[in-house]
Design a protein around this ligand. Structure first.
Ligand code: NAG
Ligand code: NAG
Ligand code: NAG
Ligand code: NAG
Ligand code: NAG
Ligand code: NAG
Ligand code: NAG
Ligand code: NAG
Ligand code: NAG
Ligand code: CU
Length: 576
């Protein structure tokens, strides 16, 4: 096994001509998205689900590197909506990024907006999702970019297998979010996790709703894994098979073989799987995902199963096989932080001539920000059901982000005078304390509410240190930055030490991503080149935490050259 995968390393060779897309340069690909309700049944509960084109999960978008993309989104429901193209850089086209009230006003019921952007210098697996309320629970899908150049690994790929993880609630997701905010409590946990929309046989009434994929013995497959769950990081494994990680967040990594992966909401991971096992009489191997969580609060601790089925002759298979269904022994336990840590540490950029690692070696600015939870005193006339009868919130540098009722990007571009936001996000925590060692329940846990943004000149080499806090509970927060990829140059447990830790940064081949898992009770340092003018949302990709305010906005000014300026807004941009 090991020597077989050794052949993969870093060599550009022998790729089947057939799976390379045509290299014609300025193709425009057009897609139609109808946001509409569709009755969907899972766990024997039927409910009208918000979907794109009636599909759950939504349609896959497939393009070639370099393509222009136009997606006409028609909102056929009463609720407002937007679509975010998660991980797409949107160079100079921030108008197409999607987060409501950050880069656009929402698309109202009956209205239409066409997202137009070009896929530049990116290849691999990304995804798209709604960026309004908790709509992305069901409004999401894969976004696959075929590379211009052959894959940097030499194994022929038989087929791609998209694997989208999601969460299903029997109840209405809008009502669950509204209740959470009204009472300040934690949200109702999901009723199941899903693989490509299917919970699998460990849940009631779900044996028929199980994802099964048929493979041929001896062939290698590329699993394009996307965590579209709302609130939970996940472990994933396939029984008796190893996985070779080759790409994360649409950036190649140095291939490495692992028994399982950890993936946070917002992240994508491509792995190669070779069907090299001898199946038993069922011909089936299970695949499974369950949460990686250290939360003290109630959460969905269930496991979703699917099947990898070997195409064999002479074997009677029952579809799916009769239980008991075994969770792969190689799936980590829910609290396995050592596995999550080791897995993150293995991720390295390819850092070759074709795929250089352009990490800023020196920086112009370092911003240190806490990421953590808060408790707000209950307003006098309300009933609060959060901890100690208070309301949960979350913050960055003690600011619980409040979204304005206008589009920040539009207002910024038009130079409008407004008090809806200010440009003074603090570049260090307003009060120093023992961030990860403070008594979780002592002291004043209130945040400050506001809309303070971080503004930097074009081309700033920026470092952001994300520091978890122990207020209420230490957690692993997946922080997502819009409009830029970043390099994870350092990470650790406890408190970041500005005098000691930078000496241990990896400035040679750090992983390049759009979403970083900040270690539970620790910190992560990311670096980026602020080369994309616009207004960009930075937030926790646990929807629960974003709703509580674990977010901020980041403004990159236009540069002096015309090619460094944000393009003008499109004519059909929705207004508020
Ligand atoms: C869903 O089913 C209900 C009850 O049968 C029906 O009234 C409703 O029109 C259906 N909705 C959609 C979007 O099909
Ligand atoms: C949340 O869960 C509780 C307990 O199961 C249930 O009574 C309530 O209806 C749920 N809320 C929503 C909005 O689904
Ligand atoms: C899969 O691995 C388990 C644990 O090592 C082993 O008991 C089982 O026989 C294996 N199954 C197959 C079909 O190889
Ligand atoms: C999951 O959570 C429930 C409710 O808190 C608990 O009863 C159950 O034992 C937990 N299951 C696992 C596998 O941890
Ligand atoms: C509580 O009182 C405040 C201030 O008087 C008011 O703005 C708010 O609407 C009230 N909230 C509820 C839930 O009644
Ligand atoms: C906003 O102000 C900048 C700098 O003064 C100027 O270059 C730009 O043209 C202004 N934009 C608009 C839309 O007025
Ligand atoms: C922070 O808290 C931790 C855990 O209580 C403790 O071990 C550590 O010494 C504290 N650090 C400082 C600088 O007080
Ligand atoms: C956060 O802000 C609130 C409101 O201003 C304040 O009471 C609290 O002490 C601050 N906490 C920290 C850790 O800065
Ligand atoms: C939809 O968006 C518009 C424009 O921002 C806003 O005025 C309206 O309140 C929103 N509707 C809902 C239901 O949130
Ligand atoms: Cu978070």
């Amino acid at each position: 096994m090991g020597s077989f995968y050794g052949l993969i390393l870093g060599v550009v060779l022998l790729v089947l001509a057939g799976f390379l897309p045509s290299s014609s340069s300025s193709t425009t690909r057009r897609f139609q998205f109808n946001v509409e309700l569709k009755n969907v049944t899972r766990l024997c509960h039927t409910k009208p689900l918000l979907t794109v084109n009636g599909k759950y999960p939504g349609p896959t978008i497939t393009v070639n590197e370099g393509d222009n993309v136009e997606v006409q989104v028609t909102n056929r429901v009463v609720s407002n909506t937007t679509i975010h193209w998660h991980g797409i850089r949107q160079l100079r086209t921030g108008w197409a990024d999607g987060p409501a009230y950050i880069t656009q006003c929402p698309i109202r019921g009956g209205e239409r907006y066409t997202y137009k952007f070009t896929v530049v210098g990116q290849r691999g697996t990304l995804w798209w999702h709604s960026h309004v309320s908790w709509q992305r629970a069901s409004v999401h899908g894969a976004f696959i970019i075929h590379p211009r150049m052959p894959y940097p690994f030499s194994v022929p790929i038989q087929a791609d297998i998209p694997i989208l993880f999601g969460e299903w609630w029997n109840g209405d997701i809008d009502a669950i979010e509204k209740d959470m905010m009204l009472y300040g409590s934690g949200p109702n946990s999901s009723d199941s996790y899903t693989i490509n929309g299917f919970p699998g046989p460990l849940y009631p009434c779900s044996i028929k709703d199980t994802f099964t994929y048929t493979v041929e013995s001896g062939k290698t497959y590329m699993l394009r894994i996307i965590n579209a769950a709302l609130n939970d990081e996940l472990f994933f494994a396939v029984a008796n098979h190893t996985l070779t990680v080759v790409e994360t967040d649409a950036v190649y990594v140095k291939p490495f073989t692992t028994t399982a992966i950890m993936i946070t909401p917002g992240q994508t991971t491509n792995v190669l799987l070779t069907a090299n096992q001898v199946p038993d009489s069922t011909g089936m191997f299970t695949m499974a995902a369950r949460p990686y969580l250290t939360s003290l609060f109630p959460f969905d601790n269930s496991t979703t199963l699917g099947f990898l089925k070997y195409k064999t002759t002479g074997i009677q298979t029952i579809k799916p096989p009769v239980g008991p269904y075994r969770v792969p022994y190689n799936l980590p336990q829910m609290e396995d932080t050592p596995f999550a840590t080791k897995f993150s540490e293995k991720l390295r950029s390819l850092a070759t001539a074709e795929y250089p690692c352009n990490v800023p070696k020196r920086i112009d600015k370092r911003v240190i920000t806490t990421v953590g939870l808060n408790l707000q005193d209950c307003p006098a006339n309300q009933t609060c059901k959060g901890f100690r009868g208070k309301k949960f919130y979350a913050s960055m540098n003690n600011q619980s982000f409040v979204r304005p009722t206008l589009s920040i990007l539009e207002s910024h571009y038009q130079n409008l005078t407004t008090s809806a936001y200010t440009y003074n996000f603090p570049d260090k925590p307003p009060h120093a304390f023992n961030f990860t060692g403070a008594d979780p329940l002592a002291g004043n846990l209130n945040p400050e509410f506001g809309t303070k943004l971080l503004a930097v000149p074009y081309g700033t080499k920026l470092e952001i240190v994300l520091q978890d806090t122990s207020l209420l509970n230490v957690e692993n927060h997946p922080i997502h930055v819009h409009g830029h990829n970043f390099f994870i140059v350092g990470r650790g447990f406890g408190n970041f030490d500005a005098t000691k830790d930078p000496a241990h940064y990896n400035l040679h081949d750090p992983p390049e991503r759009n979403t970083v898992a900040v270690p539970v009770g620790g910190w992560a340092a990311i670096r980026l080149n602020a080369d994309n003018p616009g207004v960009w949302f930075i937030h926790c990709h646990l929807e629960e935490h974003t709703t509580w305010g674990l977010a901020t906005g980041f403004i990159v000014d236009s540069g002096p050259e015309p090619s460094q300026c944000l393009l003008p807004p499109p004519d059909d941009l929705p207004s508020c």
